[in-house]
Design a protein around this ligand. Structure first.
Ligand code: C2G
Length: 129
C-alpha cells in the first residue's frame, strides 16, 4: 500500500483544499492529512475560524482522506513519515523547497496551487459584503 501524507490548516475548507487532497490521493492508495492544531497555528501566526477539532471532522468526511492526525509542531514530519511508513509527502507549491529535507525519508512532491481561491481571499471578500 502506497501511503501519502500532507499537512495544513484547511480552514474555511474550499476547492483549493479539495483539489490538493484529490491530487495527493492520486499519488498513492492511502492519504493521511495532518491538520494544524490551534496552538500550532498560533506559532504560524494564523488564527483559524474553525477549531482544530472541527477542521479534523470536516477532513475525516472527505472521500480522498483515509486518516487524520494533528500537526502540533514544525518538527514532527520526519517522525510522522517514519511512524506512518509514508512513501510520498505532498504540499502545494507555495511551499516548494521548504521540505526537501524529507527527500531522505520519502518522495517529496509539490503540486501547483489552485488559482483564485484562498482562505484569506474568502475572509477579505466577505468583509466587503
Ligand atoms: N492550497 C492549494 N491551493 C489553494 C490554497 C491552498 O493547493 N488555493 C494547498 C496549500 O498549498 C497546502 C494545503 O492546500 O498544501 C493547505 O493549505 P493551508 O491550509 O493554507 O496550509 P498552511 O497554512 O500552508 O499549512 O507544515 C505545513 C503547514 O501546516 C501548511
Amino acid at each position: 500500500m502506497k501511503k501519502v501524507i500532507t499537512y495544513g490548516t484547511f480552514d474555511l475548507f474550499h476547492v483549493g483544499h479539495l483539489n490538493i487532497l484529490r491530487r495527493a490521493k492520486e499519488l498513492g492508495d492511502y492519504l493521511i492529512v495532518a491538520v494544524s492544531s490551534d496552538a500550532f497555528n498560533a506559532q504560524k501566526g494564523k488564527k483559524a475560524y474553525h477549531s482544530d477539532q472541527d477542521r479534523m471532522a470536516i477532513l475525516k468526511a472527505i472521500k480522498y482522506v483515509d486518516e487524520v492526525i494533528l500537526e502540533e509542531s514544525w518538527d514532527q514530519k520526519i517522525k510522522d513519515v517514519q511512524e506512518h511508513d509514508v512513501d510520498v509527502f505532498v504540499m502545494g507549491d507555495d511551499w516548494k523547497g521548504q521540505f526537501d529535507f524529507l527527500k531522505d525519508y520519502c518522495e517529496v512532491v509539490y503540486l501547483p496551487r489552485t488559482e483564485g481561491i484562498s482562505t484569506t481571499k474568502i475572509k477579505d471578500d466577505l468583509k466587503d459584503k
